[in-house]
Design a protein around this ligand. Sequence first.
Ligand code: GRF
Length: 201
Amino acid sequence: MFRIVVLLSGRGSNFRAIFEDLKERNALAQVVGVVSDKSSAEGLKFAEANQIPCFVVERKVQEQSQKIFFEKLTCTVLDLKPDLVVLAGFMRLIPTELVDALLGKIINIHPSLLPAFKGLKAQQQALTAGVSQSGCSVHFVVSEVDSGAVIAQASVPVLPGDTEQSLSSRILLEEHKLYPKVVRLIVESKVRLENGAVVTE
Ligand code: GRF
């Protein structure tokens, strides 16, 4: 069984879309754990309701150094022996040791057409820049934020009068289609990372 570990910090709607897609298709893959840096993350409730083991690795300011947080996070994820780590709205940096240990096995979704608008508030960045198209990208994770090789993208129009919320909702609908599709491709060994580039079968 192909082992998927999901990392999230909040709502977890992409996690739900992936989980449901795998279930519907009886895929030979299973979400074996959900790891969050927030005990209050809504995505954990869905995981619990579906009997998926949950792990909370919190970093409380001043109580823990970044180093300890990174060590705990790395151990928690590696202990789950993942074939694939799916970042689904995980709002922390990924420790370099984890990226190195799992290179080509960690993916992320970002709400812009990368390389445009990396970082936080990508949808607002697109509105501020006045572009007519935006969208979402799924990419392999490297140490530099939102910078790994892009596996797939979906675009949406930016419409007159769009707000951050309306554009985010339009993009999110595409995320829920694109992310499960990419997870499936990886599970089926149809996409992989080789020498920093995406190779498709
Ligand atoms: C999505 O917009 C995703 O692109 C970004 O974080 C958000 C997560 O949403 N990385 P959800 O928690 O999956 O609903």
